[in-house]
Design a protein around this ligand. Structure first.
Ligand code: NAD
Length: 368
């Protein structure tokens, strides 16, 4: 079997510390299970600016293009805040997403029972929650043309944007949603505003067509975006996979993130088109940033980065069993009462980034 090529980009701040815990898990997988990856490591963000004067060196892009998947920590920090906009660390992140052609953003909202009371919603509404929001990332209202602000003959001004999707753009994001639903509960809810916006009438029609043509085993439902926002906070567990337009997805995925209540626990992925082997370009990263306020102190929560690695195993390397084990180990560590500072609760034991990493490995050992 061909080697699984993984590019690791720790980035800046706590990205370096949380990624070190993933490296330990990878080392453990090699020594205890004989599972190996072909790993490369590169620079991005502030670290790349310091070393090479640019937030996204060409060497990093070469490594990304040669890899099956990229795992990223976080970028940014006060050291680089005063740089011009186009060479800030965050440009490295936007640049790599764009140059890898990533058009599907995956944001799971998973609530571990032990942390359910961190949510602002009632515990019983969110305990055991496991939903996946898929947001179209490169089209729709955020990129549609024409756009702008113009001055009218009477001197007043008019601002305008265009909501636009082609059938191909709709079908490729639909395909991602249906494929991923096959790894879950096989239910997709397509969110649109087809009662008002023609573009999303087309979205709905194409989703139905695609489902009938290629994914008859998937249960497809539709919901207007205003209702979806209400349902997410009323009864979030009714969903399995949600797929939606760029702007709607931006808003709904942040809403879903808050259902979990803890930034240090949230993984994400962005996927591109499949290559000749059927492997999609993919970038996995925690939702949080580089957290300069706590960086370098071994107190950050590494679980969002570890869970991003689990997503990478599941979606890029088809290693569902190993991904399940990492998620199960995470659950066991939380059940055992260990917490980093951000998710600390009364009566629990506060541990460092590295102890959290070690504890995950100890649980993986127990799971065999
Ligand atoms: P942030 O996510 O870095 O931090 C927000 C707050 O949450 C901070 O108080 C931080 O200490 C805490 N926090 C975040 N992750 C944590 C973790 N794993 N464990 C414990 N606590 C955690 O967002 P910010 O403060 O707005 O931004 C800081 C820097 O990160 C900025 O330079 C920003 O541009 C950058 N940023 C990068 C990304 C990314 O790389 N994807 C995302 C957001 C922000």
């Amino acid at each position: 079997m061909a080697a699984k090529k993984l590019l690791i980009l720790p980035g800046d701040g706590i990205g370096i510390e949380t990624m070190a815990q993933v490296r330990r898990i990878i080392d453990w997988m090699a020594s205890a299970k004989g599972i190996t990856f072909e790993i490369s490591e590169g620079l991005i963000g502030g670290a790349a600016i310091d070393a090479e004067g640019t937030p996204l060196p060409e060497r990093t892009m070469e490594l990304a293009n040669a890899a099956d998947a990229v795992l990223l920590g976080a970028v940014g920090g006060p050291k680089w805040d005063d740089l011009p906009f186009n060479i800030k660390p965050e440009r490295g992140l936007l640049g790599i997403r764009k140059r890898m052609g990533l058009f599907a953003n995956l944001r799971p909202a998973i609530v571990f029972d032990e942390l359910a009371d961190a949510s602002t919603l009632k515990t019983e509404l969110v305990a055991g929650l496991d939903i996946l929001i898929i947001r179209e990332l490169t089209g729709g209202l955020y990129f549609g043309e024409p756009r702008g602000i113009e001055t009218l003959p009477d001197g007043s001004r008019r601002g305008f944007n265009t909501l636009v999707y082609t059938t191909e753009e709709i079908r490729r994001i639909g395909r991602v949603a249906f494929e991923l639903a096959r790894k879950r509960d096989r239910r997709v809810c397509s969110v649109d505003k087809a009662n008002v916006l023609e573009c999303t009438v087309l979205w709905r029609e194409e989703m139905i067509k695609l489902r009938n043509e290629e994914f008859p085993d998937i249960d497809l439902s539709h919901m207007y975006v205003d209702n979806a926002a209400m349902q997410l906070v009323r009864n979030p567990k009714q969903f399995d996979v949600i797929v939606t337009e760029n702007t709607f997805g931006d808003i709904l995925s942040d809403c879903a993130a808050m259902l979990t209540g803890s930034l240090g626990m949230l993984p994400s992925a962005s996927l591109g088109a499949p290559d000749a082997k059927g492997t999609r370009k993919a970038l996995y990263e925690p939702v949080h940033g580089s957290a300069p306020d706590i960086a370098g102190r071994d107190i950050a929560n590494p679980l969002a980065t570890i869970l991003s690695f689990a997503m990478c195993l599941r979606y890029s390397f088809n290693m569902d069993a190993e991904a399940d084990r990492i998620e199960e180990a995470t659950r066991a560590v939380l059940r055992g009462g260990l917490r980093t500072g951000d998710i600390m609760q009364p009566g629990k034991a506060k541990v460092s980034t590295s102890v959290m990493g070690e504890s995950i490995i100890r649980e993986l050992e127990k799971l065999g």
